[in-house]
Design a protein around this ligand. Sequence first.
Ligand SMILES: Nc1ncnc2c1ncn2[C@@H]1O[C@H](COP(=O)(O)OP(=O)(O)O)[C@@H](O)[C@H]1O
Ligand SMILES: [Mg+2]
Length: 290
Amino acid sequence: MKLTIENVSKVFDDKKALDSINLEFSTGVYGILGANGSGKTTLMRILASVMKPSSGRVLLDGQDIAFLDYRYRDLIGYLPQNVGLYKNFTAEKFLLYIATLKGLTKEEAKVKVLETLDLVGLADHAKKKVGKFSGGMKRRVGIAQALLNDPKILIVDEPTAGLDPKERIRFRNLLSKISTNRIVLLSTHIVSDIEFIAKEVLILKAGKLIQKQSPKDLLKGIEDKVWTVTLGKETEITKFQRTYKVGNIARVGDSFQLRILSDNKPHQNAVHEQPNLEDLYLYYFDEEVA
Ligand SMILES: Nc1ncnc2c1ncn2[C@@H]1O[C@H](COP(=O)(O)OP(=O)(O)O)[C@@H](O)[C@H]1O
Ligand SMILES: [Mg+2]
């Protein structure tokens, strides 16, 4: 299975939310990384076929998804960024309701809902009202509804926003578990979400695709650009912040250690550091550090 994005642009009024995107997806998890407003949701809405591109096409195995229509929609599961769940429904009732909307028969729905609740680790909470769930549990209900039709393409838009670290790890592992034989597209502005599970990371910036590589290769690309500079005086920090992309600042005894992203050695005492995805984010999005 191959999902191809061919020269896709999206224009709102006179704002270009996506600018000539070309991409190809096969089975596995893809992380879509970008600051707020970079076009992640727009791209995912187009892939979920709830929005049409202004120009360009999306192809599944060579066929335009606009032409495939419901035959494409039957293959996808979509968890929108701000999904509303019916608070007064129990998890089971809610999923049964969605399953019916997706065209499953009553019998099929019953089996599938139980199976899916089990998969997302909510079997013991099936009879509880969704309104009483924690953020992480609600998100798992969201994933469950997206999985009811056993989608070949799963699109999840910022699923980990607002979750605590433990819930985030649990959610990531769930995505990892269900990624066999599927294309999973996951958008986030939190780098640690995709560091371990994504086979490729796509970086969007102001509607443009600026990188597409494995997490490892992306890090290799900034290998010689991460430095630690030790400063004796607090007053020197501002000077570096004005000139360089500065990440963490740690106080060590009487001095300060600055993590700096720079193509050139920023100071005579600067030493190289191993890059991580947070450095990567800083390198590409200096204005907003995750
Ligand atoms: N329905 C819309 N109407 C007008 N502008 C929009 C609409 N949806 C998104 N945009 C604009 O397109 C850009 C990309 O937005 P979005 O895809 O939501 O980015 P992200 O999900 O990365 O935060 C933003 O500048 C946003 O304001
Ligand atoms: Mg968004």
